[in-house]
Ligand binder design. Structure first.
Ligand SMILES: *[C@@H]1O[C@H](CO)[C@@H](O)[C@H](O)[C@H]1NC(C)=O
Ligand SMILES: *[C@@H]1O[C@H](CO)[C@@H](O)[C@H](O)[C@H]1NC(C)=O
Ligand SMILES: *[C@@H]1O[C@H](CO)[C@@H](O)[C@H](O)[C@H]1NC(C)=O
Ligand SMILES: *[C@@H]1O[C@H](CO)[C@@H](O)[C@H](O)[C@H]1NC(C)=O
Length: 335
């Protein structure tokens, strides 16, 4: 047992210093392999929904018929080819995170943090700081990192293996087998909501954010406890409100969105994806709306579209500010 723990601890220290090559060499060392089968923990209580196989979603070749398609950046082409794909195998599950669907009302604030597999050091800081799982003012705060996969082949397997070790240690990662890229963040968000509906439907509130933000979660709990509705059964969606912006049509921008993706020249109001706070009720409404809205490459814009379809509004919370880069997803429309 001691040696196993030592292996895990050492791996993490190496990841922390970014020496991925060293981890690989270390991980493949003969004695580590021998212990690999023993580090497995006892099976978890609830049935896990981890699938090992699922038919792969086919590329939509017709997307390329559009006039300007061939001039688009590869990321946009890729988005269009796979925009319709919404189901991917779950690689790491957390069936007991909320104590099961029926008990999930016990979770007052669920922190959902988007993180790519290689961001181990960020997760490590968050676990010790604002995203620490704890009882605050008599209510539970729980944490989940949501992730896809990076690289391919051998490199991908190696990264997944590391994530699996991290999961054994912390039990706080949901991972699906899709490429964790900027334009797949909407997919990640929708996959999470689908998971939530099944595993944590009665969670009261959620904070949804990135792994590079700082969030004062103590204050959030106190803010939520002062609301009229403290059980999360009414609409709440608040954060850094962005209104009157239009899609970026400049192909050189990271946020370029062609007319093929969005015809309308105005984004509906949305809250910056760096961090927003919502009720469990609103999260499930967004998920329901997502069934009938094609995925949009920009995740927070997409959530704004889902809210609008449900005739719910995002609201501004002064306590939530984003850095400039995060706000520039759209071009401000001159008033
Ligand atoms: C669009 O692409 C598909 C598949 O590549 C092709 O079969 C179809 O004829 C194309 N449609 C038009 C209108 O060009
Ligand atoms: C494939 O792309 C075409 C053109 O954008 C679109 O009309 C069609 O609905 C897409 N098919 C699927 C399965 O999403
Ligand atoms: C999203 O993930 C799927 C599955 O891995 C991949 O085929 C697709 O290219 C990705 N899309 C983008 C825009 O990266
Ligand atoms: C939430 O509170 C409302 C009243 O504020 C109540 O009607 C409802 O039943 C409560 N829901 C749950 C799940 O406790």
């Amino acid at each position: 047992m001691f040696r196993n723990r030592h292996v895990i601890a050492t791996l993490q220290v190496f990841v922390l210093f970014g020496s991925l090559m060293v981890i690989y060499l270390f991980y493949c060392a003969e004695d580590v392999r021998k212990f690999d089968s023993k580090i497995r923990q006892p099976p978890i209580k609830h049935n896990s929904n981890v699938f090992s196989w699922m038919p792969t979603c086919q590329q939509n070749m017709s997307a390329a018929n559009f006039t300007d398609f061939h001039s688009y950046p590869d990321t946009v082409k890729d988005f269009l080819y796979y925009q319709h794909c919404r189901h991917f195998p779950l690689l790491l599950d957390l069936p007991d995170k909320c104590g099961g669907a029926d008990e999930s009302a016990e979770v007052f604030l669920l922190l959902i943090i988007k993180s790519t597999p290689e961001n181990y050091d960020r997760r490590e800081v968050l676990r010790k700081t604002w995203a620490k799982e704890r009882l605050h003012k008599g209510v539970w705060i729980r944490r989940i990192f949501i992730s896809g996969t990076t690289n391919s082949g051998f490199e991908k397997d190696r990264m997944n293996k590391l994530l699996e070790l991290e999961q054994r240690e912390y039990n706080d990662i949901l991972q699906w087998d899709f490429r964790d890229t900027f334009f797949n963040l909407t997919l990640k968000q929708v996959l999470f909501l689908e998971w939530m509906e099944r595993n944590c439907p009665n969670v009261r509130f959620l904070f949804n954010g990135d792994d590079d933000v700082f969030a004062n979660t103590d204050n959030m709990v106190e803010y939520l406890q002062d609301l009229k509705d403290t059980n999360g059964s009414k609409h709440l969606f608040t954060g850094h409100l962005i209104e009157n912006t239009k899609p970026v049509r400049d192909q050189n921008s990271k946020y370029f969105v062609p007319v093929q993706v969005q015809k309308s020249d105005l984004y509906l109001p949305y809250c910056g994806g760096g961090g927003f706070l919502l009720s469990g009720y609103t999260a499930l409404v967004i998920y329901t709306m997502s069934h009938s809205i094609a995925l949009h490459p920009i995740d927070d814009v997409y959530i704004g579209m889902c809210l609008a379809k449900a005739e719910l509004s995002p609201t501004r919370h002064m306590g939530m500010m984003m850095e400039a880069e995060n706000v520039q997803k759209g071009v401000a429309v001159a008033a």
